[in-house]
Design a protein around this ligand. Structure first.
Ligand SMILES: NC(=O)c1ccc[n+]([C@@H]2O[C@H](COP(=O)([O-])OP(=O)(O)OC[C@H]3O[C@@H](n4cnc5c(N)ncnc54)[C@H](OP(=O)(O)O)[C@@H]3O)[C@@H](O)[C@H]2O)c1
Length: 369
């Protein structure tokens, strides 16, 4: 049986209690300081992941317990060392491949240096995240009755590892695409290299709010540690697919924009009867912050590679090969992974809610026109 480990870390101060229940209610400066000094550790043991053909894998979630902002601010070497140490803990437990969760795959060069320093192959899991994200993006549009062929798509984080590949895939099906990031030089150069090969008109901008105002369909895949998509900027009936962790869309959208469909794009249903148990407190489940039996697409890529016994550094860096995206999508489907039910703002989206969102969108569009 192929075995995996996957590096996890808290996404916000509130999230720290999921890792260390004792942290609940403690002041932010204390929590920050504790995390700065806390070594990597094995947080959870994952069993019961089983493909329809009977293949199984097990693995460990290993924590490199730093917040996203700490991953960006602390000396790079220190952060790399913490992540590599987490992988080595996984390897000692038997893992033959390691996945990099959230900012552990963002920091520095997107896993390249980490893979050179780790004793087992490493993947960011971004290939399956791209496949699942694009599928969710178009599923959201279908749910809202938005026809991609007449829609303006906006990709925020367009020069990133995930965003750049999403641009190429989304452009195949929309009327027009707008690329957004902060670094204008990098954005312009990236746009120059791909504009001719994109099958639809394209443009780029660093003016995020203005771009959001144009979007019928928006995908976010940024390394921002703050919310950047605000309720007032969204077009009537817009669809927003969020891949970023932590999230980019302001929680106020849930309250103030009943006509907008926001969905978490990277969640997948795991085949078998997956169990995620805490290592330090035997008998207690580890709360992944997702519905039971659900994992992030990047975790799912790591599990798929373990099931396939493909112990190779499958996805690294920023220039992801679309062939790999299609291949891992096919392997994951064969292993029984599928898109999870729609979810936004940490809650399931019910069919009733969808109907209400569609009705609110129609009403708002009517007012707007
Ligand atoms: N859901 C999942 O399963 C899953 C899996 C893997 C990763 N992720 C998440 O996906 C996100 C992207 O990962 P990645 O590996 O593609 O990161 P990346 O390669 O570092 O790319 C980040 C992109 O975001 C842009 N950006 C950063 N801050 C921004 C801001 N404030 N406004 C606009 N653009 C901004 C960056 O360009 P500039 O620096 O020029 O702005 C770049 O284009 C991360 O949040 C990661 O945690 C999710």
């Amino acid at each position: 049986m192929g075995k995996f480990c996957f590096v996890i870390h808290p996404l916000s101060f509130e999230d720290v209690a999921r890792y260390e229940p004792g942290a609940a209610g403690k002041g932010r400066p204390i929590v920050s300081k504790i995390l700065e000094w806390m070594p990597s550790y094995a947080a959870a043991h994952v069993t019961g992941v089983r493909a329809p053909d009977g293949r199984e894998t097990e693995g460990w979630f290993v924590a490199a317990p730093l917040l996203p902002q700490q991953m960006l601010d602390l000396p790079r070497e220190e952060v790399y060392a913490r992540i590599v140490r987490a992988i080595e803990i996984g390897a000692q437990l038997g893992a033959q491949i390691a996945g990099l969760g959230a900012f552990s795959g963002v920091v520095g060069d997107g896993g390249v240096t980490i893979s050179q320093r780790a004793s087992i192959p490493v993947t960011t899991g971004n290939s399956l995240t791209i496949a699942a994200g694009v599928e969710s993006f178009f599923r959201g549009a279908a749910e809202m009755g938005v026809d991609p062929a007449t829609a303006t798509a906006v990709v925020i984080g367009a020069t990133g590892s995930i965003g750049a590949a999403c641009v190429r895939m989304i452009a195949l099906r929309v009327r027009e695409i707008v690329l957004v990031a902060r670094n204008e030089t990098r954005l312009r150069k990236f746009h120059e290299t791909i504009a001719d090969e994109l099958p639809c008109p394209s443009s780029y901008t660093t003016a995020l709010s203005a771009a959001v105002r144009r979007g019928d369909m928006i995908l976010t895949a940024t390394s921002s540690t703050q919310e950047i998509v605000e309720p007032g900027d969204l077009k009537a009936g817009a669809v927003v697919c969020e891949l970023s962790l932590p999230h980019d869309v302001s929680r106020r959208v849930a309250l103030e924009r009943p006509d907008v469909l926001v969905l978490e794009g990277g969640n997948m249903r795991v085949p078998g009867e997956p169990r995620i148990m805490r290592v330090r407190e035997p008998g207690r489940e580890f709360d992944l912050g997702l519905p039971p039996g659900t994992a992030l697409a990047c975790m799912s890529e790591t599990m798929t590679l373990a099931l396939e016994e493909r112990f190779e550094s499958y996805t690294l860096g920023r220039g992801i090969d679309l062939e790999r995206v299609l291949e891992i999508e096919r392997l994951a489907k064969r292993a029984g992974f599928e898109l999870a039910d729609l979810r936004a703002f940490d809650l399931a989206i019910t069919p009733e809610q969808l109907a209400k969102t569609r009705a609110a969108a129609a009403a708002r569009r009517a007012v707007a026109s």
